[in-house]
Write a protein that binds this ligand. Structure first.
Ligand code: NAD
Length: 365
């Protein structure tokens, strides 16, 4: 994923932190720098009312520090609402490391990052995100207990991506039930954009159910690998948004739902794993509603991963992970019905429930 940035040329005209486009009353933003290892990281803690701020670490070759800051602000805020809507006692946080994960990620850099995480005393708990692997979290675990997503051999619950994919599949089925009257995806034409860790898991679930799946990715090798493994079709066109389909599953970039794409969309449902799919949540949520396109809120249906890592903190087992993840189906259906009944967008319906939970906890304190 590239950073989920709207317009960096506008950003530097604003106040550097509290006046940022994406600043939304974040509690704390920590800038971490280490000359020896080349570490440049930002940890964003959005809200800790429900619990410690848990969210993954993304390593990305950002075009500018502004992009990185904007990304961590948006992503950490998203985590607050993801945990709140999922019923977890966690706040929202996220970290970004500036650099190329393929060439600049070293054990020394990861250990130094772990030390910074540790210095926050548990207010922020990390996990893997784009550019990170379970092995990186295992390394961070050697310098701090405030890390999840560690391998099963080290007492963790392993890579969260397959569970994320399963949750997205559940959310997609609920959206199908709502739109088509049946949650059976057999024969439905589904485009999966981005076939990385989560996208591939989703393709597996979809092909098992007999859906007609098209895949798209910027990585040709990966496309061929996934095509051969699941007998799906590679999308060879150059504008996925304009294709006629039943379901569009964004599993790569954020902000793919924007002024340009929504006008072209011919899909009936959008349900995918990517974080922050709506470039502008209110505006683009409304545009989708006006077009009659059902959007399954990203922060709700991609919560399988956080359910999986939360199990490491709360010590629940695989059965409970699956139960909680399958519940994404019920919550999605409930939210889509609520949006309809209240004539609001599915984003607002989900956001309101999450915010109400945070407000209620705050008033108890
Ligand atoms: P990943 O890095 O494994 O895969 C992303 C894939 O998208 C890669 O194959 C990449 O080549 C492809 N891609 C990048 N730009 C693209 C473009 N313009 N068009 C098409 N493909 C493109 O990441 P992932 O772990 O599979 O995560 C996918 C998305 O889901 C991310 O937005 C991530 O934040 C979100 N998410 C992941 C998890 C998880 O458990 N991994 C949990 C919640 C949300």
């Amino acid at each position: 994923m590239t950073s989920e940035v709207i317009n960096t040329s506008e950003l530097h005209k604003m106040d550097p932190v509290f006046g940022q486009l994406s600043f939304d009353n974040h509690e704390q933003i920590v800038f971490c720098n280490d000359k020896d290892t080349g570490l440049k990281a930002i940890i964003g803690i959005h809200n800790t009312v429900l619990g410690p701020a848990l969210g993954g670490t993304r390593m990305w070759n950002y075009a500018s520090e502004w992009e990185a800051l904007n990304d961590v602000l948006r992503l950490s805020r998203g985590m607050t609402y993801k945990s709140a809507i999922t019923g977890l006692n966690l706040g929202g946080g996220k970290a970004v490391l500036i650099g190329d994960a393929k060439t600049q990620k070293t054990p020394e850099l990861m250990l130094k990052f772990g030390e910074f995480v540790h210095s926050l005393g548990g207010k922020y708990i990390t996990a893997e995100d784009v550019g990170m692997a379970t092995a990186d979290m295992d390394l961070v675990r050697t310098v701090t207990p405030y890390v999840t997503g560690i391998s099963e051999s080290k007492g963790g619950k392993g890579n969260p991506s397959p569970i994320t994919a399963y949750g997205v599949f559940m959310g997609m089925k609920a959206a199908a039930k709502y739109s088509f009257g049946s949650d059976v995806l057999e024969g439905k034409v589904i485009y999966v954009q981005g076939i990385g860790n989560v996208g591939e898991g989703l393709v597996e679930n979809l092909t098992n159910e007999g859906a007609t799946v098209y895949i798209s990715d910027i990585n040709r090798e990966r496309l061929e690998e996934v095509r051969d493994k699941y007998s799906v079709k590679i999308y060879e066109g150059d504008n996925i948004y304009a294709e006629k389909m039943d379901i569009y599953a964004p599993c790569a970039l954020g902000a793919t739902l924007n002024d340009t794409t929504i006008n072209q969309l011919q899909t009936k449902i959008i349900a995918g794993a990517a974080n922050n799919q709506l470039a502008d949540e209110k505006k683009h949520g409304q545009m989708l509603r006006d077009k009659g396109i059902v959007w399954a809120p990203d922060f709700l249906i991609n919560a399988g991963g956080i359910i999986n890592v939360y199990a490491e903190l709360e010590n629940y087992d695989r059965k409970e992970i699956i139960r909680k993840t399958e519940n994404i189906y019920n919550t999605t259906l409930e939210i889509l019905k609520k949006a309809d009944a209240e004539h609001i967008t599915s984003y607002t319906a989900a956001y309101n429930i999450a915010q109400a939970r945070i407000d209620a906890r705050k008033s108890e304190k």
